[in-house]
Design a protein around this ligand. Structure first.
Ligand code: AHM
Ligand code: MG
Length: 333
């Protein structure tokens, strides 16, 4: 049997790679791994909670109110960051405003984390993969004070680390600190994330395209032409393209990262800015895609170059294998 490297060991081994190697970022990554194990456990019980122990939103056996899983996940991550002491503030999809932690330790933290605690949560009810996405920045506000909105509104290029956790047939954590991308699979028998996908690279091209084609009549004509191109041409490796759409961004992205492909959530006439959020959905995945040799754009502009204006800002999203994203963009006027 070859040697198993746990996430903990890996983070410590790579600590010297980090821009400010004090161990703080390592501890944040460990906090994320810890919270995601809790969420993974809860996700694995979702069907039981819904159908045997009592519906979410109703009461559990102890007569307590059951919370929806995305709220449970949000609290698990917030608690991990608040207790960790390295993070001075967070923003998440579940909270309208950012949260500045008020303890003295937190105010001395150097980092902020932006995250989507449980993306694709409408898929929970039907037992389909869902995920957590996170993005880590150095604060720009003075250490010792409260985190502010500027800390949260940094462009994707300023990320120091980003990643996602996929609660799929197994639970996986994939992250980058700007030195490549590595993937870890949770071994539930020992409760450890183990290095299973070292130095992940996205194939330069592929045969998979993922888009909600139900939107085809409300997207720009160039995109209609690109989808038609995929339907009626051979892919670069020969053979037909395949349409694949899970409707869980993390799962669709992860599959394309491994197999090669493109994921598109464009602007539509009903959602002129697209659906996905720049800060905690698109930026972190764009960082990972680029680190793995892929590309992420709004169709016109590199995602990581965009200067955010609002916490929950949305952006059209084209992400995946480099040549496929370039091809799709060549169809857009
Ligand atoms: P959410 O953050 O409310 O879960 O929405 C994001 C999800 C993505 O995971 C997924 O790719 C997309 O929304 C699906 O949207 P649609 O149902 O419009 O195709
Ligand atoms: Mg989401």
């Amino acid at each position: 049997m070859s040697k198993i490297t746990t996430l903990n060991e890996f983070i410590l081994e790579r600590q010297a790679d980090f821009p400010f190697a004090t161990g703080e970022l390592s501890r944040i990554l460990n906090d994320i791994a810890f919270a995601s194990k809790i969420v993974s456990r809860d996700v694995r019980q979702a069907g039981l909670v819904d159908h045997i122990l009592g519906a979410q939103g109703g009461q559990n056996v102890q007569g307590e109110e059951q919370q929806k899983l995305d709220v449970v996940a949000d609290l698990a991550f917030i608690k991990a960051f608040e207790n960790g002491g390295e993070v001075c503030g967070i923003a998440s999809e579940e909270n309208d405003e950012y949260v500045a932690f008020t303890s003295e330790t937190a105010k001395n933290g150097h980092y902020v984390v932006l995250f989507d605690p449980l993306d694709g949560s409408s898929n929970i009810d039907v037992n389909v993969s869902i995920g957590t996405i996170f993005s880590i920045y150095r604060r720009t506000s003075p250490v010792g004070g409260l985190a502010n909105e500027k800390d949260m509104l940094q462009s994707g290029d300023a990320q120091v680390a980003a990643g996602y956790v996929l609660y799929g047939s197994s639970t996986m954590l994939v992250y980058t600190t700007g030195k490549g991308v590595n993937g870890f699979t949770l071994d539930p028998s020992i409760g450890e994330f183990c290095l299973s996908h070292p130095d992940m690279k996205m194939p330069e091209t592929g045969r998979l395209y993922a888009m909600n084609e139900g939107n085809l009549n409300i997207v720009e004509p160039g995109l209609v032409d690109y989808i038609e191109y995929c339907r009626s041409n051979e892919n670069d490796k020969g053979g037909p393209y395949s349409g694949r759409y899970i409707g869980s961004l993390v799962a669709d992205f992860h599959r394309n990262l491994i197999k090669g492909g493109i994921y598109i959530y464009p602007e539509t006439t009903t959602a002129p800015e697209g659906r996905l959020r720049l800060l905690y959905e698109c930026n972190p995945l764009a960082f990972i895609a680029e680190q793995a040799g892929g590309l992420a754009t709004s169709g016109r502009k590199r995602i990581l170059d965009i200067e955010p204006k609002r916490l929950h800002q949305r952006v059209p999203f084209y992400i995946g294998s480099k040549q496929m994203v370039e091809k799709a963009m060549s169809f857009l006027k």
